[in-house]
Design a protein around this ligand. Sequence first.
Ligand code: FCB
Length: 446
Amino acid sequence: MTSIDRRTLITRTAALAAAGMLGGSAAAARRTSPRPPDPRFPDGFLWGAATSAHQVEGNNLNADLWVIENLPNTIYADRSGDAANSFELWPVDLELVKSMGLNSYRFSLEWARIEPDKGHFSGAMLDHYKAIIETCRDRGISPMVTFNHFTTPRWFAALGGWQHADAPSLFARFCDRAARHLAGLIGHATTLNEPNLFGVLGEILPHELVEGDRAMQEAAAKQLGIARYCPGIALYFENLALFRSNQMEGHRQARAAMKAVRGDLPVGVSLAIIDDQAVGPHSIRDTIRQRYYGEWLRFAAQTCDFIGVQNYERKVWDDKGSLPPPAGAQRNAAGAEVWPGSLAGAVRYAWEASRLPVFVTEHGVNTDDDTLRCWLIPLALAELKRAMDDGVPVRGYFHWSLLDNFEWGFGYRPHYGLHSFDPVTFKRSAKPSAGVLGAIARRNSL
Ligand code: FCB
């Protein structure tokens, strides 16, 4: 960090402390644990950055979303196109991970590349991911591999996606093939990414988006001359209960397939968890928690070796709904509050509810102002460490994201990266925040 960055960071932190912005549950945490956190993280703690295949690889032609992004009535802001060209440039990305001083990397396998047609598996593509995993190992980077990060093959979407009766076994067959080829050197595996979001996302996002998604699914089905087309990341569902129960069964069978190949492979699932805080009498917070995470947390507790927590925000709930952010709150590029204590709050809850060891598989901020990211990382990690000092078994932290990327329906507008890239040359450039996280990771200490 340059001295200017450090000054900005200190000024921001001091201003926020003065404005009482580090209050709320952070203050509560301090009441239960008044001492500052022990700065040292445990030996073997995983420090990483995260990406997902469709968001960085580019030219993911056989994926369900490629069809959706390229429809005339698409509500996607951009086509994924070349993305960050990480399909070619993954060695450069691993170099970024290494040069930051991280000891782990979270990335995903692209099912659509490995099984481009139903039942036809590509040995070349399995070898591609094997090369990434082997190179990670050569460089002392432990690979945390997501077997499915939202996108599915287009043939799967054309069957009706997760709402098809065979969806769980089709997913498990892919996981079996991938595990046979790759499991030996994987550090940790997750099955699905944020499956708890499906169904509730439609409650969080504007209704027009759900209607827009339905129109796109219908247009894709019409274009392909089929009855229905449902991608892995959907807002509209003909049968939401079936989608959710098939994902649960898919997770269960996928885990069994991976364990059959390598019994000691740690397998988990990553859930999106907001730090929901209760305020005033009869807060609806606990009802919200049940609706957003209850089912999956209970299921994870029975089927996982660890839980992945993905947190970007907090919400404060009274008896009627969520309250607007306090005046003077730090905001991300979309106007939502950025509150450093939210990560620890979500992690404490996930641990209490599941009693599973925790990996933070995503945490970060959508901002064009990297000083905000530089400010957030150390404060969030200090609160996380405080939770660990209180006994919460957190085993690793992965920042979203290693580099700016294709943010689904929002296209290339949101910037979550520790690195930016040039869309023409694909040259990566480190942002100061890469140095902030890297310094903590190298020291293994706040
Ligand atoms: C999470 C997703 C990830 C990325 C971040 C910003 O919900 O898992 O792919 O889009 O949000």
